[in-house]
Design a protein around this ligand. Structure first.
Ligand code: ZN
Length: 246
């Protein structure tokens, strides 16, 4: 085994034996990897504070290509303390970790790391965590190989006279192809396209009417249900918990 350094975010932690944890880390260099943090549950262990979900750092590890690597030490890049001090933020962040982990299970692409990192950075900066989650969800569809048709009509391919977006049809629907799909606000159509293409790091303002937000969220939930095979139970639970508390 050789010592390597990877940049990553811990997406899952699982207790192991008396005093250790297995960390699943989404890394920039190697996609999703499993790392053993030995003894980190002991009070005085130096890995104790850094062996937890949502920590973003540079991980020094004994790297094992087809097996469990071992953690040596961590340089913390962001502990996302603002997310952790906010209930909604923590719920959404936790949901995004589990979403991106599931996506990585199907497509372990290196660039997924930056998608997760940029989303968490924005939630940590105080942006609406539901909107940021919707943006990450839309972008994840690419990795799952089921990008919706949002440049032209999903039925005829024409890019003029788009009047709604329909999950059963797989995206935009134009006036000629329209039968009886649900009509969404013109702004919702525009926003879904913007969400898909936006560079998350460059977002500086997000003001979206509740009505559009609901339509976007509904479209994404239905789309995930139909085309991805991922069951977003954690999202349903999350929304239920947040509603109950607020
Ligand atoms: Zn059409």
């Amino acid at each position: 085994m050789k010592i390597e350094e990877v940049e990553g975010i811990i997406v899952r932690e699982t207790n192991y034996s008396e005093s250790s944890k297995i960390l699943n880390i989404l890394t920039k260099e190697k996609g999703l990897i499993g790392v053993m943090s030995k003894g980190c549950r002991n009070m005085k262990n130096k890995l104790r504070g850094v062996s937890r979900k949502l920590l973003y750092g540079r991980f020094h590890i004994y790297y094992k290509e087809n097996g469990m690597s071992t953690l040596i030490e961590v340089d913390v890049k962001n502990s996302y303390s603002k997310i952790l001090s906010n209930f909604d933020g923590t719920c959404y962040a936790s949901y995004l970790l589990s979403l991106v982990e599931q996506v990585a299970g199907q497509n372990n692409d290196d660039s997924l790391f930056d998608l997760l990192r940029s989303g968490l950075d924005k939630i940590n900066e105080g942006f609406n965590p539901l909107i940021i989650s919707n943006i990450v969800e839309l972008k994840c569809l690419d990795y799952l190989g089921v990008t919706p048709s949002i440049d032209s009509c999903s039925i005829c391919g024409d890019n003029k006279n788009i009047i709604t977006i329909s999950s059963p049809d797989g995206g935009f629907v134009c006036k000629n192809c329209y039968t009886n799909q649900k009509i969404v606000k013109p702004n919702t159509i525009k926003l879904i396209r913007m969400f898909y293409y936006v560079d998350i790091d460059k977002i500086s303002k997000l003001e979206i009417k509740e009505e559009s937000l609901n339509e976007i969220n509904e479209f994404i939930n239905d789309y995930y249900d139909r085309y991805t095979g991922l069951y977003l139970k954690s999202k349903e639970n999350l929304l239920r918990v947040i509603k109950k508390v607020s």
